[in-house]
Design a protein around this ligand. Structure first.
Ligand code: GH3
Ligand code: MG
Ligand code: MG
Ligand code: MG
Length: 313
């Protein structure tokens, strides 16, 4: 009862912009030529659990945007040698940056500037001087909407992992990055063995639980930089950046060992486990995403042919 009272009292505390922002753990890029403002904002945002990068001009902002992923950008207008307006053009031309949430943070309190910025794609416009808590609340509001939208568009509702649409989008970006900064990257194609039999024997609902269990196991045994997606019914794909064919092979081999030796779900109180077949393919220059996926899929098919419950390169 004491606990309950404390929780209720906690909830009655007035929320601040910063405390709301803290729940999102966002990555932000601040573009502003005012060093004092940048370091003040960075310090406040970091206290609210944000990861913050700073750019003092448009060119360094472009460099960071090409190589890093951000949840939101704040943009100053009056900067040298290029004004903030020049960054809008850059963002608009890149399909992966086109929809990046952007808040203009400007000393110009001018109607024309405000309207022009929204026209060019800004999501919000805050004039200097501003209060940190208000900016934090605005960032929170914008990110919350974006995240909800992404959740609906890019997640598989059954398992919670990314869907194929997101995978296609993200893998294209990843390969663009690798063309600039070469590194190995491998792809795994996973298909559950005899999944139809699981549905037929235990029912579709248990089949769903198996899919959720496998997705969870995969997610918890992968690195945060690995990209896991549900590709189709009982098929998953994983892109492993900075990972050679051999490393990817042993990672998936290890996961197969875990899934096959632990219960994934229960039927009438009795636990059971599953196996999968997997194919691995490393990307090489000139290989399209479709051909790369096909290569991993073919290796997976070999694994089925050779008796299932195995990983093939
Ligand atoms: P193999 O070892 O050759 O892969 O055999 P399989 O039975 O796994 O392959 P098959 O492609 O014949 O069967 C896939 C099954 O997956 C058929 C389909 O009903 C089932 N399935 C696809 N999506 C879902 C889902 O969302 N939930 C459930 N429960 N079953 C699904
Ligand atoms: Mg300025
Ligand atoms: Mg299949
Ligand atoms: Mg199957």
């Amino acid at each position: 009862d004491i606990c309950l009272t404390e929780i209720q009292m906690d909830e009655q505390k007035d929320p601040t912009g910063g405390s709301m922002l803290r729940t999102l753990k966002s990555r932000l890029l601040l573009v502003d030529d005012d060093e004092v403002l940048r370091s003040y904002l960075t310090r406040r945002l970091q206290l609210d659990d944000c990861v913050v990068d700073e750019a003092a001009d448009v060119e360094s902002a472009m460099k960071l945007l090409r190589t890093h992923t951000y949840d939101l950008v704040t943009l100053d207008l009056m900067m040298h040698p290029q004004s903030g307006y020049e960054l809008f053009e850059f963002l608009k031309e890149d399909p992966t940056l086109k929809w990046l949430p952007l808040i203009v943070l400007s000393g110009r309190n001018d109607l024309n500037d405000k309207v022009r910025c929204f026209h060019l794609g800004a999501d919000d416009y805050v004039t200097k001087p501003f209060q940190y808590e208000e900016l934090a609340a605005r960032i929170y509001g914008l990110l919350k909407r974006t995240k909800n939208f992404e959740q609906l568009a890019f997640r598989d509702p059954l398992t919670g992992v990314f869907n194929r649409r997101y995978f296609d989008l993200q893998i294209g970006m990843e390969l663009q990055r690798i063309e600039r900064y070469p590194a190995p990257i491998s792809l795994v194609f996973i298909d559950i063995d005899f999944f139809k039999r699981i549905n037929d024997t235990y029912g579709h609902h248990v089949g769903d639980l198996v899919l959720q269990g496998l997705a969870h196991l995969l997610q918890t045994n992968l690195r945060s930089t690995d990209l896991l997606a549900r590709f189709g019914g009982e098929e998953f794909v994983i892109a492993l950046p900075n990972t050679s064919l051999e490393q990817a092979f042993s990672t998936i081999q290890n996961i197969l060992h875990i899934i096959s030796s632990n219960p994934v779900a229960h039927y009438e109180g009795k636990p059971f486990s599953i196996t999968f077949s997997a194919g691995v393919a490393q990307w090489r220059e000139g290989l399209s995403v479709a051909d790369w996926v096909a290569k991993a899929d073919e290796a997976m098919y070999q694994a089925k042919q050779q008796g299932r419950n195995r990983v093939i390169c």
